[in-house]
Design a protein around this ligand. Structure first.
Ligand code: GLN
Length: 193
């Protein structure tokens, strides 16, 4: 199995390092032809406007959409914004997932925070909450079609969702060393159409 991590900007190295601890081959992706032999793709956190502009410049938009039609894709933070169909702002988006996302949704005072999330789809996900780091994070305002919310904050704010082979998280599972979200994504990769 080989997983690509979109390496245009942002926290791609941390995803690669975490995948390597799970003995999974992981590669940086910057060009359309690098998608060809991948089984799944992670779009990291960073700045979604920059990731979008660079993806347009490198001719990646259509190849990424084609890839996502049959393969598993996971967007963390800026990656979640980039995968959404609706964000209420004008910037380049893959626009594949039936979710409505609000950028920078947690206000200035609490730009960054860490909390624990009960996530039923993860191994021991209820008994052993997942440590989640939010950095100028987006939130999910709505999920549509067959997209489903899989994690919420205590106040009910939706912060992770899944639609078939596609996963999105508002937070950064690559930063805390807990591999369970990566393991869950690998399950989706194995089960993809
Ligand atoms: N605030 C960033 C954006 O809007 C996302 C932040 C992140 O990926 N940590 O793109």
């Amino acid at each position: 199995m080989k997983i690509g991590v979109l390496a245009l900007q942002g926290a791609f190295i941390e995803h690669i390092q975490l995948l390597q601890t799970l003995d999974v081959a992981a590669e940086e992706v910057r060009l359309p032809e690098q998608l060809i032999d991948l089984d799944g793709l992670i779009i990291p956190g960073g700045e979604s406007t920059t990731i979008g502009k660079l993806a347009v410049m490198y001719g990646l938009m259509e190849p990424l959409r084609d890839f996502a039609r049959t393969k598993a894709v996971w967007g963390t933070c800026a990656g979640m914004i980039f995968m959404a169909k609706e964000i209420g702002m004008d910037q380049p988006l893959l626009g594949i997932m039936d979710i409505v996302v609000e950028r920078n949704a947690f206000g200035r005072q609490v730009d960054s925070f860490e909390t624990e999330l009960a996530v039923a789809v993860l191994e021991d996900g209820i008994q052993r909450p997942f440590p989640a780091v939010f950095i100028r994070a987006p939130r999910l305002l709505a999920v549509k079609a067959d997209a489903e919310v899989i994690a919420t904050l205590k106040d009910g704010t939706a912060v992770a969702a899944q639609q078939n082979n596609w996963l999105v998280t508002s937070f950064h599972p690559e930063l805390t060393g807990d591999p369970r979200f990566h393991q869950y994504f690998l399950k989706l990769v194995k089960g993809a159409k």
